[in-house]
Design a binder for this molecule. Structure first.
Ligand SMILES: Cc1cc2nc3c(=O)[nH]c(=O)nc-3n(C[C@H](O)[C@H](O)[C@H](O)COP(=O)(O)OP(=O)(O)OC[C@H]3O[C@@H](n4cnc5c(N)ncnc54)[C@H](O)[C@@H]3O)c2cc1C
Length: 399
């Protein structure tokens, strides 16, 4: 059993997954980083763009950012942030009178005591779960924020996550990680990967700056899964037979007036072959149509998106629309040898429940908490991690 210590973590990829992972690891392992017992290095390509979407978080994000020592005020100012109090699902049912329901972030009153389900089952005609058991639907319907300007950072009157500008968020995290948490930053493209005789990753070859070696490698290279998928050959397990969506058309819509109301929830409106997300940031809306290419064509999907934008008061002229292809699924293993995948390189289901970033948060926390002291015991952390994340991805699939 190898007694070689785990003293360097190398993260490849500087999207939201890479920088969130770097920040969570560096803050949780701060003492070791400060005492120079452990180095955390993030290497990202200056040429390969990030996916550039992913604007809605779960309510786990405030405590994640707080634990990294981030000022909520700075984050809100720099990342074009608004509050998200849940999702409003519009036109998903057949009831024409009540054509929407909410998934609020506030825990419904009585649910922790187990009182709620039985009462509600016998009283469904009186309203939806969120109408009867939380006040959050009313806050959302009236565009009221979950906290006042006088609240302390991260304090709240109602539970919330965030809507944010994904590009600005990665840049903001980079600044915090490098300036405050001691993360080393390398701007270079990985062109090759060197393996040891045991099959572990020994080092990555960089386009400009030689080689970067490490004890543990975190693959945050996005859909291409450069280390875990391409290099170590861990297969992708498709779930497209369960989740049919495989394409997104994403765009940004300007508000008609400067002081237009900002919706404090994500609106998800059902369409014939998918659904449209509508996220209100302070400076613009992020709108996108997620659909299954098996059940509609690109032109019809784009027409539906433009019609939605027009009907919701947006200007549908001269929009820049990006097409993103994906396949729902995840790697058969998330941690193999000395490499663990986090973010899109681990997998992606589809964005209906905006569950990708919370998996990044949870993955990074578990890597930090279970970080093996030596290579010889890495298989223990690996088994625990794989068991936990098979359970989590499976849970998201059936929820
Ligand atoms: C349509 C859509 C909507 C989404 N909406 C949400 C949402 O609302 N909420 C949510 O939580 N998630 C959402 N997601 C998921 C979310 O966008 C991602 O989980 C998140 O952005 C993290 O991406 P990433 O960092 O894994 O990958 P990317 O952003 O693709 O970053 C990959 C990084 O790897 C680097 N890289 C690649 N190859 C190399 C190389 N050879 N050498 C060096 N560096 C390399 C790139 O330069 C880049 O920095 C959505 C995804 C899609 C497709």
């Amino acid at each position: 059993m190898s007694r070689r210590e785990v003293k360097s973590i190398v993260i490849i990829g500087g999207g939201t997954a890479g920088w969130l992972t770097a920040g969570i690891l560096a803050s949780r392992l701060r003492t070791r980083v400060l005492q120079k017992e452990l180095t955390i290095t993030l290497c990202e390509s200056p040429n390969i763009p990030t996916v550039g979407v992913g604007e809605g978080t779960w309510p786990t994000m405030p405590s994640t950012l707080s634990s990294m020592g981030i000022s909520e005020t700075e984050f809100i100012r720099e990342c074009d942030v608004s509050f998200k109090q849940g999702s409003k699902f519009v036109n998903w049912g057949s009831d024409k009178q009540q054509n929407y329901y909410y998934h609020p972030f506030e825990v419904p009153i009585g649910s922790l005591e187990g009182l709620l389900p039985e009462y509600w089952i016998h009283n469904t005609n009186q309203g939806s779960l969120s109408q009867l058991f939380t006040t959050q639907e009313q806050l959302c319907e009236h565009n009221i924020a979950p906290k006042a300007i006088t609240h302390a950072e991260y304090a709240k009157a109602a539970n919330y996550g965030y809507h944010l500008n994904a590009g600005k968020f990665a840049g903001f995290l980079q600044k915090h990680c490098v300036n405050k948490l001691g993360v080393q930053h390398v701007l270079s493209e990985v062109t090759d990967v060197n393996l040891s005789v045991s099959g572990d990753i020994q080092s990555v070859v960089l386009s400009e700056k030689g080689e970067l070696s490490g004890d543990l490698f975190v693959d945050c290279t996005g859909f291409q899964s450069l280390l875990l998928g391409q290099t170590l050959g861990v297969k992708f397990k498709s779930v497209k037979h369960l989740l049919f969506a495989d394409t997104a058309l994403a765009t940004q819509v300007q508000y008609p007036t400067a002081n237009h109301a900002i919706k404090p929830y994500t609106q998800s409106t059902a369409q014939e072959a998918g659904w449209i997300w509508d996220i209100g940031l302070p400076s613009r809306r992020g709108v996108g149509h997620v659909f299954s290419s098996k059940y509609t064509d690109l032109t019809s999907a784009q027409d539906k998106l433009l019609k939605y934008i027009q009907e919701t008061g947006g200007d549908d002229k001269s929009l820049e629309i990006r097409k993103i292809n994906f396949e729902a699924g995840h790697r058969e293993k998330f941690w193999h040898k000395n490499c663990v995948a986090v973010g899109l390189s681990a997998g992606f289901l589809e964005p209906l429940e905006a569950s990708a970033l919370v998996l990044v948060e949870l993955s990074a926390m578990m890597i930090a908490d279970q970080l093996p002291p030596t290579h010889g015991v890495m298989h223990i952390a690996q088994q625990r991690f794989n068991r936990t994340f098979h359970y989590r991805w499976g849970g998201l699939l059936i929820s």
